[in-house]
Ligand binder design. Structure first.
Ligand SMILES: CC(C)(COP(=O)(O)OP(=O)(O)OC[C@H]1O[C@@H](n2cnc3c(N)ncnc32)[C@H](O)[C@@H]1OP(=O)(O)O)[C@@H](O)C(=O)NCCC(=O)NCCS
Length: 182
C-alpha cells in the first residue's frame, strides 16, 4: 500500500462517542452521489457534478480504497474522511521530498453543525498517529471556507502558508500529535 506507508488497511472500524469510521459499502452509493452533486458540499471543491453523470460514473462499491473512511451515524453514511498522499506538483509542502499525507473531509449538509466532522477527523488523526508516529498530516482549504477553517483550527492544524490556486486563496496547514497536544 503506497498511500499510507506501512499502516495496515483497512483497520477495524474505529468507534467514537457517536460515530463509526469504516470502509465503504455498496449501500453508501446514494450518499456518495449526494456528496458530489450537492452545491453546498462542493462550493469550495470545484462545484457540483451533474447527478446523471454521477449515476453512471460512481461504481457499485464506491470509495473502496486505502485512506478513505466512511463516517457512519446510526448505520447511515454522513460523510467521508480521506488521508491521501499530497501531489508533489502542487504548492504547499512541509518536507523537501514532498508526498505528505493530506487530510480531506466532506459531510452531508444535514450533518453539519453538530461536531460530527470534528469528532470523526480527530479519531482518524489519532489512528494515523498511532500507526505512523511523528508523521505530519497536512491540510489545504480555501480561506473563504469558514466551516473548514474553523474545523482545521479545532483539530490543531497550524498555518504553514497561504497561496493562490484555482483562482482562490488557499490555507495550507500542518498537524502533528505534538502540535495538537501542545
Ligand atoms: C467542512 C465541514 C466538514 C465542517 O463541518 P461542521 O459540521 O461545520 O464541523 P464540526 O464537526 O467541527 O462542527 C462544528 C459545529 O458543530 C457545533 N456543535 C454542535 N454540537 C456539537 C458537539 N456535540 N460537539 C462539537 N461541536 C458541536 C459547533 O458549535 C459548531 O457550530 P458552528 O459551525 O455554528 O460554529 C462541512 O462544512 C463540509 O462537509 N463542507 C463541505 C465540504 C468541504 O468544503 N470540505 C473541505 C475540503 S478542504
Amino acid at each position: 500500500m503506497t498511500e499510507l506507508g506501512t499502516v495496515v488497511w483497512p483497520p477495524a472500524p474505529i468507534r467514537t462517542e457517536r460515530l463509526v469510521l469504516r470502509q465503504s459499502e455498496a449501500r453508501d452509493r446514494a450518499a456518495f452521489i449526494e456528496l458530489f452533486a450537492l452545491p453546498e458540499v462542493r462550493t469550495y471543491l470545484g462545484g457540483p457534478r451533474p447527478r446523471d453523470e454521477l449515476e453512471h460514473a460512481v461504481p457499485e462499491l464506491p470509495g473502496r480504497r486505502p485512506g478513505l473512511f466512511v463516517v457512519d451515524l446510526d448505520g447511515a453514511m454522513i460523510g467521508t474522511i480521506t488521508l491521501d498522499r499530497r501531489d508533489a506538483e502542487r504548492p504547499g509542502h512541509v518536507r523537501p521530498e514532498a508526498g505528505e499525507t493530506e487530510l480531506g473531509y466532506m459531510f452531508l449538509p444535514e450533518a453539519w453543525g453538530r461536531g460530527y466532522a470534528a469528532e470523526a477527523c480527530a479519531a482518524a488523526l489519532d489512528w494515523f498517529a498511532d500507526g505512523l508516529p511523528g508523521e505530519p498530516v497536512v491540510l489545504c482549504t480555501q480561506t473563504a471556507n469558514d466551516r473548514s477553517m474553523r474545523l482545521a483550527a479545532k483539530l490543531g492544524f497550524t498555518e504553514v502558508q497561504r497561496f493562490e490556486e484555482w483562482g482562490a486563496e488557499q490555507w495550507f496547514g500542518v498537524w502533528s500529535p505534538v502540535t495538537a497536544s501542545g
